[in-house]
Design a protein around this ligand. Structure first.
Ligand SMILES: Cc1c2[nH]c(c1CCC(=O)O)Cc1[nH]c(c(CCC(=O)O)c1C)Cc1[nH]c(c(CCC(=O)O)c1C)Cc1[nH]c(c(C)c1CCC(=O)O)C2
Length: 343
């Protein structure tokens, strides 16, 4: 099917576009009252993730309401550990918890590299419904967590400031760590391929906890596995977003992917130099900038656009949008990108 707005895909591939495409990480859910209305019909977040019809509905809300150039499927990175045999719970106002965690060899023996068509069919169904309802309006982004970030939750059992249990395992049980990371990697490749077969037009890998590793450890325990995923996925453009991995930018320029996401700590000009001209860059306005006045948002968004230039850029925030941001401020960001980059 011909896509009506394919700016995201064209920008990812480095083709010329009439303006810079824009979307926001974590745009589905969180900020919209319309999302909370849908969510309140169910018992909780996980029920919504597992309900393909409603997941499709909240995936499309930001396209209708915020006028962004892409939809991202409403799901979570933690569906992968669950499908591997480690279920999670989502505690209101606190975040995810894993009742069981991975500490030793016997824990890994109980896990499986799963078949996404059975274990994660609810995500694939949500993608199919979303594609049908979007009817080619904008591309649909699929996603997964990077192996290191998924490993962190599986070992730590919850969010953490330091993830010291997860990092401890890299020092005390490196072979076991590699075994688990490889299992997550293999599962993720199957899962992303299934998302693409179901209709995802681009996929993004979120390495949210990249920034807590040393550069050497990031090479050994994180980038190596992202590299495998990028090599395995060739059907659609791939975006790698490694939050805080400023030290790995030069190496990320060598990944077999189309786009590298930047967080707001990363200098744009320096990132372009380190990563090179063969990648599209995505980002990187500070999510907190959206708490500023409309005038300030316009100013900082225009500055960002000036720094990135008009080619090989996908406008976004430097991390997910925060839950209490006023949707009108998000619209201001989106409209500023659209208008200013058209000139
Ligand atoms: C680390 C991580 C998680 N999940 C995700 C990441 C990587 C991105 C990042 O670094 O922000 C990714 C994610 N989670 C969700 C999406 C949906 C698509 C989107 O809008 O981008 C995506 C892409 C829905 C969600 N995932 C979650 C919510 C909020 C749950 C609710 O509605 O109650 C949503 C809409 C819950 C979640 N899920 C996770 C946490 C830590 C939490 C609790 C705190 C929070 O809200 O971020 C794990």
């Amino acid at each position: 099917m011909q896509m009506k707005n394919d700016l995201l895909i064209r920008a990812a591939r480095g083709e010329k576009t009439d303006r810079t495409p824009v979307w926001l990480m974590r745009q589905a859910g969180r900020i919209l009252p319309e999302y909370r209305a849908v969510r309140s019909k169910l018992n909780g977040f996980i029920d919504l993730v597992k309900n393909p019809e409603l997941a499709a509905e909240v995936t499309i809300q930001p396209v209708d309401i915020l006028d962004v150039d892409a939809a991202i499927i409403f799901s979570d990175i933690l569906v992968v550990p669950e499908a591997m045999g480690l279920p999670y719970e989502m505690i209101e106002k606190k975040g995810p918890i894993f009742p069981n965690t991975i500490q030793k060899e016997e824990d890994i023996d109980k896990l499986r590299v799963f078949d996404p068509k059975s274990e994660l069919n609810y995500v694939l169904e949500a993608i199919k419904i979303t594609k049908k309802e979007l009817n080619g309006r904008v591309p649909l982004i699929g996603f997964a967590g990077a192996p290191w970030t998924i490993f962190s939750y599986m070992v730590e059992g919850s969010g953490s400031k330091t993830f010291s249990k997860a990092r401890k395992m890299l020092y005390t049980q490196p072979a076991l760590s590699h075994q688990l990371l490889q299992m997550i990697t293999d599962s993720t490749v199957h899962y992303l391929r299934a998302q693409i077969a179901s209709g995802a037009d681009l996929v993004q890998i979120f390495d949210s906890w990249a920034g807590i590793l040393s550069p050497e450890q990031y090479d050994e325990f994180a980038l190596k596995y992202i590299d495998q995923i990028c090599d395995a996925i060739n059907e659609v453009p791939v975006t790698v977003f490694a939050k805080g991995a400023y030290f790995a930018r030069e190496k990320m320029g060598g990944l077999n992917c189309e786009t590298i996401g930047l967080d707001w700590n990363m200098d744009i000009e320096e990132s372009r130099k380190l990563i090179g001209d063969s990648k599209t860059l995505q980002g990187n306005l500070d999510p907190c900038a959206l708490y500023g006045s409309f005038k300030e948002i316009e100013r900082s968004t225009k500055n960002m656009l000036d720094d990135f230039g008009t080619t090989r850029h996908i406008a976004n925030l430097g991390h997910g949008v925060y839950p209490d941001v006023d949707p009108e401020k998000v619209k201001c960001f989106v409209q500023t990108v659209k208008e200013y980059s058209s000139k």
